[in-house]
Design a protein around this ligand. Structure first.
Ligand SMILES: [Zn+2]
Length: 185
């Protein structure tokens, strides 16, 4: 079907290729939409945009919740804690004021710097695995995550399996109808 308009647009917008779970994670780390890699994932610092401005993928149903801060605390705690331990045991003449300035600054700076990319990675991972509201997104095989679960197919390794499935089964990959992209709401 050809869609025409007065503004000159003549083609339906094709749905972007479905990324592997790992690619979705890397897109999230960069603060980009895990589905298309173009639109912005965040509206503000840690406020996730309701949907992608480029492809329309919904984000509002993500469930990152408290997981990103837990990851950040785990990473920053080990870096800062190990730094304090090493500086106390190997460099005993480090002045106290330097400890007082360095470690709190490092803890705050690392936490603020890591929170957004880690939250993006968690949301990208949820998208890649079809978790929560992302479960209706068709995977590389054309099935949604919920359908794959119904057939008992393990989700682990979907990215690798999906990549080869796209090469080996062009018919399956092309099953998605560009007239009905998955982001229709
Ligand atoms: Zn997008």
């Amino acid at each position: 079907m050809i869609i025409t308009s007065d503004t000159g647009g003549a083609r339906p917008v094709p749905a972007p290729p479905v990324p592997s779970a790992l690619e979705a994670v890397f897109r999230g780390v960069r603060g980009r939409c895990p589905a298309c890699g173009e639109g912005r994932l965040f509206g503000r610092f840690l406020k996730v945009a309701p949907s992608c401005s480029a492809c329309g993928q919904d984000f509002h149903h993500h469930r990152a919740d408290d997981f990103p801060p837990y990851i950040v605390m785990f990473v920053v705690g080990h870096i800062v804690g190990y730094g304090i331990y090493v500086s106390e045991t190997r460099f005993e003449d480090v002045p106290l004021w330097l400890h007082a300035v360095l470690w709190p600054s490092l803890a705050v700076g690392l936490s603020l710097g890591l929170l957004q990319p880690v939250k993006g990675a968690v949301i990208g991972w949820q998208y890649g695995l079809g978790m929560h509201g992302f479960g209706h997104v068709p995977g590389p095989s054309g099935e949604t995550a919920i359908e794959r679960r119904a057939w008992g197919t393990p989700e682990a390794g979907d990215g690798v399996r999906g990549s080869t499935a796209l090469l080996a089964e062009p018919a399956a990959a092309g099953r998605r109808d560009p007239d009905h992209p998955r982001q229709v709401h």
